[in-house]
Write a protein that binds this ligand. Structure first.
Ligand SMILES: Cc1ncc(COP(=O)(O)O)c(C=O)c1O
Length: 391
C-alpha cells in the first residue's frame, strides 16, 4: 500500500494558477488565502506524474489521439466504481465539461429556446445559457432545514410554461452537496420524457460521495431515457488535472452524439492535448488508490471543519454534504447584508471564497469553501475567519 502525502503545503504561487496568481488582477490582496476555485492544492497522483514525466522525457509533443486504450481505461473506472457500462462509440471527448455544455446548448437548441437549471448552481451554467442567447429558466432547490430538495411541481410547471427544450442537471450538486437519490432522478426523468426535454447530466463530481450515499449515473436510474441523455464526466476534479483540459461526454443516442460532435468539429476542435490524454488514461488505470486516499483526507477536513464550527463559530452552519468537496456554509446567523459579509470575509479575514450570490440570488448569505487542501490551510482559513468574527 502506498503512503501518499496530502499534508505538505506546496507553494502554488508563480505557476500561473488562477487560484493564487490571479488575486491582484481580480481585485484581491496579493497575500489573500484563496479557497474558492474547484481545484486541489495537492499534486496529482505520483502514478500520473510518472506517466507525464515519461511523455516529457520522450520530448515529442505532436498531434495525439488515443481511442481503444483510453476508452477501456475510462470505461473500466465506471464499471468498477459505479457498475455502469458505457460503450466505446458513446464517447465524445471535449476540452472541458463547460465547453461541452456550451456545445450541447448550440447543438440541441436554438436562440431564444429555454434551458432549465436548478439553482443555486455552478455559475457557468448561467453563462453558457445566457451567452448563447438562450432563455434561462430556474427551478430553485428548496432548503428544508439545511437539506436541499427538488420542487418537482415547480420543475414541471417551469418546463410547461417556458416550453423548455433542455435541462442541465448537476449530479452530485455543486454547491449544495446533494447526491440525488434514484427516485429523485426517476421523477426528473419522467417529467422530462413527458415534455420532450433533453437532459444533460453533469456528473463531474461523481467520485466524491460520502460513504453513506451512493451516486447513480442518470441513465442507470432511467435507462429508458438513454436516447435523450448526455452524461458529462472527467478525471479533472478527481485527480486535479483541470489544467490538462480533457473531459469525457457519453451519449448513447447516435443522432444526439453526431449533433454534438458536429458542433465540436465546427469549432475546429479535433485534436486533444497529449498530456491530457496520457494523464486521464493513467488516472483511470492506476489512480484508484490515490483517489480513495485523497478523498478520505478531504473527508477528514470536513470533520475538522465540523468540530471547529461547533466549538468556535456556532453561528455558521455547514449544510451537511452528501457529496462533492465543497463546504456550503450558511452565514445568515451573523445577520449581515451581502456587502458586510463580503467585507468580513475578504477585508477582515483575508479570505477569498466563492460568495453565495454567484450561484443564485437566494444564496447571498452563503459562502462556498473548497476543502481539497492540506489541513494546515483549512485550519489557517478557519482561524482567520474566527478572529474576524469573534475579534
Ligand atoms: C458542476 C461542474 N461542472 C463543470 C466544472 C468544470 O469542468 P471543466 O473544467 O471540465 O469545464 C465544474 C468545476 O468546478 C463543476 O463544478
Amino acid at each position: 500500500m502506498t503512503v501518499y502525502d496530502f499534508d505538505t503545503v506546496v507553494d502554488r504561487r508563480g505557476t500561473n494558477c488562477i487560484k493564487y496568481d490571479q488575486a491582484e488582477q481580480r481585485g484581491y490582496r496579493k497575500d489573500i488565502l484563496p479557497l474558492w476555485i474547484a481545484d486541489m492544492d495537492f499534486p496529482t497522483a505520483p502514478e500520473i506524474l510518472d506517466k507525464l514525466h515519461n511523455v516529457v522525457k520522450h520530448g515529442i509533443f505532436g498531434y495525439s489521439q488515443s481511442l481503444d486504450d483510453y476508452y477501456e481505461a475510462a470505461a473500466n473506472w465506471f464499471r468498477t466504481n459505479f457498475g455502469w457500462h458505457p460503450e466505446k462509440n458513446w464517447l465524445v471527448k471535449t476540452p472541458g465539461v463547460v465547453f461541452a455544455l456550451a456545445m450541447a446548448i448550440k447543438a440541441y437548441t436554438s436562440a431564444g429556446d429555454s434551458v432549465l437549471i436548478q439553482t443555486p448552481v455552478y455559475y457557468p451554467f448561467y453563462e453558457v445559457i445566457q451567452n448563447n442567447s438562450r432563455k434561462l429558466v430556474e427551478n430553485p432547490l428548496v432548503n428544508i432545514n439545511g437539506h436541499y430538495e427538488i420542487d418537482f411541481e415547480d420543475f414541471e410547471k417551469k418546463i410547461i410554461e417556458n416550453d423548455v427544450k433542455l435541462f442541465i442537471l448537476c449530479s452530485p450538486h455543486n454547491p449544495v452537496g446533494r447526491v440525488w437519490k434514484v427516485e429523485e432522478l426517476q421523477r426528473l426523468g419522467e417529467i422530462c420524457k413527458r415534455h420532450d426535454v433533453i437532459i444533460i447530466s453533469d456528473e463531474i463530481h461523481c467520485d466524491f460521495v460520502f460513504p453513506e450515499y451512493r451516486h447513480t449515473i442518470f441513465t442507470q436510474a432511467c435507462p429508458e431515457l438513454a436516447d435523450r441523455t448526455i452524461i458529462c464526466t472527467a478525471a479533472s476534479k478527481t485527480f486535479n488535472l483541470a489544467g490538462l483540459q480533457i473531459s469525457n461526454i457519453w451519449i448513447a443516442d447516435r443522432s444526439l452524439r453526431h449533433r454534438l460532435k458536429r458542433e465540436v468539429v465546427n469549432c475546429g476542435y479535433t485534436e486533444f492535448s497529449i498530456m491530457g490524454i496520457a494523464a486521464t488514461q493513467e488516472a483511470y488505470l492506476h489512480g484508484q488508490e490515490w483517489h480513495e486516499k485523497s478523498w478520505e483526507y478531504i473527508r477528514g477536513n470536513f470533520d475538522f471543519l465540523r468540530g471547529f464550527l461547533s466549538e468556535k463559530l456556532p453561528q455558521i452552519r455547514l449544510i451537511e454534504p452528501e457529496g462533492t468537496y465543497f463546504a456550503w456554509l450558511d452565514f445568515s446567523g451573523l445577520k449581515l447584508d451581502r456587502k458586510q459579509l463580503n467585507e468580513l470575509i475578504v477585508q477582515k479575514a483575508g479570505l477569498w471564497l466563492d460568495s453565495g450570490h454567484i450561484f443564485g440570488t437566494a444564496s447571498e448569505q452563503y459562502q462556498r469553501i473548497v476543502m481539497a487542501s492540506p489541513r494546515a490551510l483549512i485550519e489557517q482559513a478557519l482561524d482567520k475567519l474566527e478572529k474576524a468574527i469573534n475579534g
